[in-house]
Design a protein. Structure first.
Length: 304
């Protein structure tokens, strides 16, 4: 019973650690992505690699990790809630609705993603504001100061939830396809080639798990597919979150307005998909590390 009691907590820790490892791996790319997506005036004439080189010159190497503190505070509960909720939703959907197979993964993944986003959204908002600042032009002094400023200047609590709509609309396919692709690849792989791709789990020899490099590969493919589907909504969310900081904020009040505005101003490739190549570079290792760390943590904390 003691092991059952702490299952929630252990699952929470596993998801949190997985999220933090994944995000720290790709934090510099994250910062660059935010600067590019919202056309920061210091870097807007640059591409991905030139921005990666320009940030350390202008703001020192730690500049690449700007906003990462707020990111960690957000990503631990985010990863924890997402992975834990995914396991729980999967059980509920199976038991209550009697839906199993691939569809319940897709549904549970989407619901888990949305739950995690809503719970941690204000932290995401603050992190984006901090990451968008450039040395010498600081509006926010730190995490707590940013919270206070947004609360007092941007309409209280609702100020923290600007851009929530495109996030949820984008999150459903993103998280859904991510878990769906990973789960499907894992189950097909273990069914078709158990000896080649699988090995017995460290904590439960009866359970087969994927070998680490296969895990990384499946996580990466899952990330890439999910990304392509939901990327324009990610750009929309960043624009809306930065609202008050950007010059053209009054044209980006709702999700549809923002999508239209970005499309009209910058087109598809330079607008709706700006920074996508970077996102592949960022997202594939990030998803791969997240799923692999989670699978390892599951064995380490006896969750199989």
């Amino acid at each position: 019973a003691a092991r059952r009691d702490f299952y929630w907590l252990r699952s929470f820790i596993a998801g949190g650690v997985a999220g933090c490892c994944a995000k720290t791996t790709t934090a510099p790319l994250d910062r660059v992505k935010i600067l590019l997506q919202a056309h920061n005036h210091h870097y807007k004439h640059l591409g991905v690699f030139s921005t990666l080189c320009a940030v350390p010159k202008k703001e020192g190497y730690l500049g690449l990790y700007k906003g990462n503190g707020a990111m960690m505070i957000r990503i631990f509960p985010y990863g924890a809630i997402q992975f834990m909720a995914f396991d729980q939703y999967k059980k509920v959907i199976k038991k209550q609705l009697g839906i199993s197979g691939h569809v319940h993964r897709l549904m549970a993944g989407s619901m888990a993603g949305i739950t995690a986003v809503i719970c941690t959204y204000p932290l995401d908002m603050v992190r984006v504001r901090l990451a968008f600042q450039v040395k010498g032009e600081h509006k926010y002094m730190g995490i707590i100061h940013a919270f206070k400023m947004i609360y007092t200047k941007e309409g209280g609590f609702s100020g923290f939830y600007r851009g929530l709509m495109p996030t949820i609309v984008g999150m459903a396919p993103y998280a859904g396809f991510s878990f769906f692709t990973f789960g499907t690849l894992k189950s097909i792989g273990l069914a078709q080639a158990p000896n080649l791709l699988g090995r017995p789990s460290l904590d439960n020899p009866d359970v087969l798990v994927l070998k680490t490099h296969i895990n990384l590969l499946c996580g990466g493919i899952a990330g890439a597919i999910a990304q392509t589907i939901s990327y324009p909504l990610d750009v929309t969310r960043r624009r809306m979150q930065l609202g008050a900081v950007l010059p053209d904020s009054e044209k980006c009040l709702t999700m549809v307005q923002t999508l239209k505005y970005v499309y009209q101003q910058h087109g598809i490739r330079r607008g709706l998909y700006r920074g996508l190549s970077l996102n592949y570079i960022r997202c594939i290792p990030s998803q791969a590390v997240a799923f692999t760390t989670y699978e390892l943590m599951k064995q380490f904390l006896h969750l199989n």
